[in-house]
Design a protein around this ligand. Structure first.
Ligand code: SF4
Length: 333
């Protein structure tokens, strides 16, 4: 997979520096095909690599407990920037920066940005190194380019599925966003969190498209889920067991608030939140997901009952209006 930089030399040096004998390597879904090859390069150092084959969607999901139980010396986490502040375990991050051609797809996006002069940029960690070049391309077209940096994430302009603060912080200063990256999820997140027109320049498939219609569709679906949940009598508040997703205190507070509104409420803890797991509880009318917001959004159609984000649950209990929620952002924690 030549599209990504796996920093093999740095990884080798880090392993030798630590003197690790056994390492656990963890990859997000799209990069897993590379895992056996990388494991073999590590093995050549006389070190035992063990591949975590479980799903991994973010740096919130460090395989710390597995590392402890396997007695490894080091976790090597690929594909994400550091998120958990104080790892309980020696961990190195390999961000797997993409080596794709970004300028050509940005050129394709230009006609779609014609109407606006002030443009905000956002991207995932795989492409943060391209933002200066993207800025130059837009500036040459007479645009004013703004890149947000709240310091919450590793890099200016970076967004992750549950943190769009860099985009939100500049929303008032721009007329539209250009998101550089693959797929629609993060671009939709930018549109839903900022309420600004958003164009995605996708260097993986070389296309540039607006996500505005999809964002509208998602908003309508979420509104329908909130309305349905208002009728629910029994709620389950879901707490994720992945290290960076566990929000037990928020879940407990919400349980108290739902009960005050006369709703029967139970707490569920799960490692993986799947429709199959929740289907085992037919007496529950609606779920509130305090773990990864991506689950509520991406898989909504597969869950047969509303699976609200924390902020959507606040709309159900009347603590937040729908309009305030849209301003605050559907996906923000
Ligand atoms: S909680 Fe979800 S959106 Fe946030 S980093 Fe983890 S996987 Fe990504």
């Amino acid at each position: 997979m030549k599209q990504f930089d796996f920093e093999e030399e740095r990884v080798k040096q880090e392993i030798l520096k630590i003197g690790a004998r056994r390492v656990l390597i963890q990859f997000p879904e799209g990069l897993k095909p590379e895992a056996p090859r990388i494991a073999k390069t590590i093995e050549k150092l006389g070190v035992l690599p063990i591949i975590s084959a479980d799903p991994c969607y973010g740096a919130c999901d460090l395989a710390t407990a597995d590392a402890e139980s396997l007695g490894v010396d080091l976790v090597i986490h690929y594909g994400h920037s550091r998120l958990v502040k104080y790892e309980r375990f020696p961990t190195i991050y390999v961000e797997a920066r993409a080596t794709l051609n970004v300028p050509s797809v940005v050129e394709k996006a230009l006609p779609m940005l014609e109407k606006w002069r002030k443009i905000g940029l956002a991207t995932t960690v795989q492409h943060v190194q391209t933002l200066d070049e993207v800025r130059e391309i837009l500036t040459r077209q007479g645009k004013i380019v703004v890149i947000g940096d709240t310091g919450r994430l590793g890099y200016p302009g970076q967004v992750i599925g549950c943190d769009y603060s860099n985009a939100v912080s500049i929303a008032k200063d721009v007329e539209a966003f250009l998101f550089v990256g693959g797929g629609q999820f993060h671009a939709l997140g930018v549109a839903l969190s900022t309420s600004k027109p958003t164009v995605v320049a996708d260097p993986y498939d070389g296309t540039a498209v607006s996500v505005d219609k999809d964002a509208e569709k998602v908003l309508k679906q979420r509104w329908a889920h909130v309305q349905e949940a208002k009728k629910a009598k029994t709620f389950a508040v879901l707490v994720g067991l992945k290290p960076g997703q566990k929000r037990l205190e928020e879940a407990l507070r919400l349980k108290g608030k739902l009960e005050k509104k006369g709703k029967t409420t139970v707490l569920f803890v799960l490692k993986e939140i799947t429709p199959e797991a929740l289907m085992e509880f037919p007496s529950v009318d609606a779920f509130v997901n305090t773990a990864c917001p991506r689950i509520s959004l991406d898989d909504a159609a597969r869950f047969r009952k509303p699976i609200l984000t924390l902020n959507e649950a606040l709309v159900v209990i009347g603590e937040l209006s729908w309009e305030e929620l849209c301003r605050k952002g559907l996906l923000e924690s």
